[in-house]
Design a protein around this ligand. Structure first.
Ligand code: 4AD
Ligand code: MG
Length: 429
C-alpha cells in the first residue's frame, strides 16, 4: 500500500488516499468517531461513520486513544470547519499500536513537561522548532560550502580550556583529568594551517551555574576559522551567514514560523548591511538611556537589552576591553585598551548569538596573556606551536545554534530550542 503525507493529502484535496501517523485528537459519539491524524507534515481531521464501516473498524475507531499509531484509508473532501480545511471520510482503519492513556494533558507545569520531554517533543510547536532548526543548519552548511570552506571534526575531549577554566566539565579519563570541549576554536585554528578555511558544528559544554532563559550546559556551536582573514573580513563573513540563515528560513519555514508566532516578513528584512557600534559607543548610548556603567565592565543582559532596543536587526558590537575578553584575541593597534573582537546581539532582547575575534599571532603576547588570566602555559604548548611554525593572520567566530533558534522561533526559553535540554538542574531524560 502506498501512503502519502498529510501535507500532500491536503494539497491533493480530493480522491482516495492512504495515510499513517498518530492520533492527535479524538472525539466519539454513538454514530461518529473523529480522529485528527498527525504526521511529520501537518494534521488532518478524519471521520469514521459507524453506518459506513465494518464492525471491526468501528470497534477499533471507538477504542482508539490519543497518540496511538494508525493507518487509514478514505476519501478527501474540503471542510471549512476542520482544523486544516479538509476531512477524510474513512473506509479503512487499522491501529498499529494502541497507546496507553497519554500522560500529557492540558495545564501541565513546565517541570512536568520537561520530565516527559521524550513524549512532549512530539507536540506541534516543538515539531515546528525542530524543522526550523534543521533548516537553519542546512542554510549554514550551504553557506560554508558555497564560500569554499571545509567541514572538519574537532575533538570534544580536551586538556585545554578555550573560554576560561571555571566553566569546564571535568571528566575522569583513565585516571587523568580532562575536560569536555567549551569551543572547538583552538582545534580549528590548528586546522587552518592545513585547509585555510574550516568550519565545524560541535556539541559544546559549559558548566555555567546560570539559570536563565539563554543558557544551556550543553549546546551546539557552529564555528568558522579562516587563514589570512582580517577583522573586516570576519565581520563580512558573519553578516553573510546571518543574512543567508534569515532569508532561507523566511522562505522555507513560513508555516512553522506562523505556528510559532513569528512573522516571516520580519526575518525577510534581516539582511546586510547591519548596524555596527564599538563597545565605547555602546557605553555612551547607554548613558543617554540613563544606564550608567563604568568603561571596562562587561555588558550584562539588561545593558544588551537596552542597546538592541535602538535597532530592528542584529547588532555588531566591536572592540571590547581586553580585560574582559579571552587570551587569544588580538590587541587593537589603534587602541591599546581594546581587542579586535566582535559580539553579535540578536534583536528583541534575545542576547548574544555570536562571539568572534581576530586572533593574536605573537607567541610571546599569548604566553603573557595566558599567565595574566591564571592559565597553566604548559597546557597550551601545542597551541603555541601554531605561532612557531608559519603563523598567519587569522580570525574566526562561534555562533550558538540554540540562541539563534530561540530568536528566530520567538521562544520564551532556550530550553525549547533543543530536544533534550541540559541545564544546571536537569540531565534527564
Ligand atoms: O562567545 P563564546 O564564548 O565564544 C567562543 O567560545 C569562541 N571560542 C568562539 C570562536 O570564536 N570560535 O561562545 C560563542 C557563542 C555565544 O555567542 C553564544 O551564542 C553561544 O556560543 N553560547 C551559548 N549558548 C547556549 N548556552 C550557553 N551557555 C552558551 N554560551 C555561549
Ligand atoms: Mg561571548
Amino acid at each position: 500500500m502506498e501512503f502519502i503525507t498529510v501535507a500532500d493529502a491536503i494539497k491533493k484535496g480530493t480522491g482516495h488516499v492512504h495515510l499513517r501517523g498518530w492520533v492527535y485528537r479524538e472525539r466519539k459519539s454513538n454514530a461518529f468517531a473523529f480522529v485528527v491524524l498527525r504526521d511529520r507534515t501537518n494534521i488532518l481531521q478524519c471521520v469514521i461513520k459507524k453506518e459506513n464501516v465494518s464492525a471491526e473498524i468501528w470497534g477499533a475507531a471507538e477504542s482508539v486513544l490519543i497518540e496511538s499509531s494508525v493507518e487509514l484509508g478514505g476519501t478527501l473532501k474540503e471542510d471549512k470547519r476542520a482544523p486544516t480545511g479538509f476531512e477524510v471520510e474513512v473506509d479503512e482503519f487499522k491501529i498499529v499500536h494502541k497507546a496507553e492513556r497519554f500522560p500529557i494533558t492540558k495545564d501541565q507545569s513546565t517541570e512536568d513537561l520537561l520530565d516527559k520531554r521524550h513524549l512532549w517533543i512530539r507536540s506541534r510547536e516543538l515539531t515546528a522548532v525542530w524543522k526550523v532548526k534543521a533548516e537553519i543548519l542546512r542554510a549554514c552548511r550551504d553557506f560554508f560550502t558555497k564560500e569554499g570552506y571545509f567541514e572538519t571534526t574537532p575533538p570534544i575531549i580536551t586538556g585545554s580550556s578555550c573560554e576560561g577554566g571555571s566553566t569546564m566539565f571535568h571528566v575522569d579519563y583513565f585516571g587523568e583529568e580532562v575536560f569536555l570541549g567549551q569551543s572547538a576554536q583552538l582545534y580549528l585554528e590548528a586546522m587552518i594551517f592545513s585547509l585555510e578555511k574550516v568550519w565545524a558544528l560541535t556539541p559544546t559544554f559549559r558548566a555555567e551555574p546560570s539559570k536563565t532563559s539563554r543558557h544551556l550546559t550543553e549546546f551546539w556551536m557552529l564555528e568558522g576559522e579562516t587563514a589570512w582573514q582580517d577583522f573586516e573580513g570576519l565581520v563580512q563573513l558573519e553578516q553573510g551567514l546571518l543574512t543567508v540563515i534569515c532569508q532561507h528560513v523566511a522562505k522555507h519555514c513560513r508555516d512553522e514560523l506562523t505556528l510559532l508566532g513569528r512573522d516571516y516578513r520580519e526575518l525577510e528584512k534581516i539582511k546586510a548591511p547591519f548596524p555596527r557600534i564599538t563597545y565605547t559607543e555602546a557605553i555612551e548610548m547607554l548613558k543617554k538611556d540613563g544606564i550608567s556603567i563604568p568603561w571596562g565592565k562587561d555588558l550584562r543582559t539588561i545593558e544588551e537589552e537596552a542597546l538592541v532596543k535602538h535597532y530592528d536587526k542584529p547588532l555588531w558590537v566591536t572592540g571590547y576591553p581586553k580585560e574582559i575578553k579571552a587570551f587569544y584575541m588580538k590587541d587593537d593597534p589603534n587602541d591599546a585598551r581594546v581587542v579586535k573582537c566582535c559580539d553579535v546581539l540578536a534583536p528583541e532582547g534575545y542576547g548574544e548569538i555570536i562571539g568572534s575575534s581576530e586572533r593574536e599571532t605573537d607567541v610571546n603576547i599569548l604566553i603573557k596573556k595566558l599567565k595574566m588570566s591564571g592559565e597553566k602555559v604548559e597546557h597550551y604548548n601545542w597551541y603555541l606551536d601554531l605561532r612557531r611554525y608559519g603563523s598567519v593572520p587569522h580570525s574566526g567566530f562561534g555562533l550558538g545554534i540554540e540562541r539563534v533558534v530561540r530568536w528566530i522561533c520567538k521562544l520564551e526559553s532556550i530550553r525549547d530550542a533543543i530536544p533534550f535540554p541540559r541545564t544546571i538542574k536537569r540531565s534527564t531524560p
